[in-house]
Design a binder for this molecule. Structure first.
Ligand code: ATP
Length: 310
């Protein structure tokens, strides 16, 4: 396997006539994690990925893979695998024949075709014509193509589009495994729910500009989260919370603990041997914060600096 590489966008911009599709994007994507690239329809995700993959030239700025522009990569297929669209397969050709065309052109051993089809679960249908494939099978074939050169970087544009729940679960698990091997995995989506449970990091854009970059757990600022908790012995609970270094306010329904999430408060109570009668998260929902970031009602510091929040 090739090493995972850092993807770097440096003040990259793309104009189509009067439309600023991407407008000065600065961001960094690290190896060893699944990074979700999130934004509403038309935000500029596909345009950004197309610049990264050398399919269109930026109007200004740069997008690099391990410090190099795509067109300067010595072995592109062995460095970065991409799935941008799932439809361009010749229907009369078998899955294996299709991949052999690319492996041959890139100087990749033919044995790798069977490996790649096996990895995505298409080993049994390698000889079947692609024309008879379901949408899910085509998506898997696209992934097999991306994995042909065993690259350290995977870039996928909306890979779960049109898949059934089982297919979506499969892709999520698959991408996690690839990242766990140390690869860089960048996956775009316009659906928050789609990436919420399946990515480690997020890059959120709207109208061609970055509005958030960092860990998924930092999207909702910690100081806006409180946990309301209660026990039969409320005073003992208050003492345990205070001993753990958190402040709490008395409410009718229990103690509101600022800056601590539910698992943290639950652990404090468990360590003190206190049985809880209530444990509830308070604060803005992830989706609320996402919509505020996208509409401009909320500004996150990572948007201005391009620095990750950790
Ligand atoms: N080749 C093109 N010519 C003209 N305008 C374009 C072109 N490609 C993209 N655009 C415009 O650039 C903007 C960003 O489009 P892009 O496809 O990158 O967004 P996206 O975030 O991928 O959206 P979606 O989630 O709908 O795929 C849109 O306003 C789009 O209409």
């Amino acid at each position: 396997m090739a090493d995972g590489q850092v993807l770097e966008f440096t003040d990259v911009a793309k104009r189509f006539g009067p439309v600023a599709a991407v407008d000065g994007l600065t961001a960094r994507v690290e190896p060893g994690a699944v990074t979700g690239f999130l934004g509403p329809n038309g935000a500029g995700k596909t345009t950004t990925l197309r610049m990264l993959l050398g399919l269109i030239a930026p109007t200004s700025g740069s997008a690099t893979i391990g410090g190099q522009r795509y067109r300067d990569l010595k072995h592109p297929l062995q460095t970065v695998g991409a799935v941008l669209e799932s439809s361009s397969f010749h229907p009369g050709r078998s899955a294996a024949a299709h991949l052999r065309v690319y492996s041959h052109a890139a100087g990749i051993p033919a044995s790798r075709v069977d490996d790649a089809l096996g990895i995505v679960g298409l080993g049994d249908v390698a000889g079947r014509k692609v024309g008879g494939f379901s949408l899910g099978m085509r998506q898997r074939l696209g992934l097999a193509y991306a994995l042909l050169g065993d690259p350290g970087v995977l870039v996928l544009d909306e890979p779960t589009n049109g898949l059934d729940p089982e297919g979506i679960r499969w892709i999520r698990r698959f991408l996690r495994d690839l990242a766990a091997e140390g690869r860089t995995v960048l996956v775009s989506s316009h659906l928050l729910a789609e990436v919420q449970q399946s990515v480690d990091s997020l890059m959120i854009i709207t109208r061609g500009r970055l509005v958030y970059q960092g860990g998924i757990e930092h999207v909702v600022p910690q100081d806006e989260i409180a946990t309301v908790v209660d026990a039969e012995d409320r005073e003992a609970l208050r003492r345990a919370i205070s001993a753990a270094g958190f402040e709490s306010d008395e409410r009718r329904t229990g103690l509101a603990v600022r800056g601590a999430d539910a698992p943290t408060v639950g652990r404090i109570a468990a360590d003190a041997g206190i049985a809880l009668t209530a444990l509830q998260r308070k604060g803005p929902a992830f989706e609320e914060v996402f919509l505020e970031l996208v509409s401009g009602a909320r500004v996150h510091p990572s948007a201005a600096t391009g620095e990750e929040t950790r």
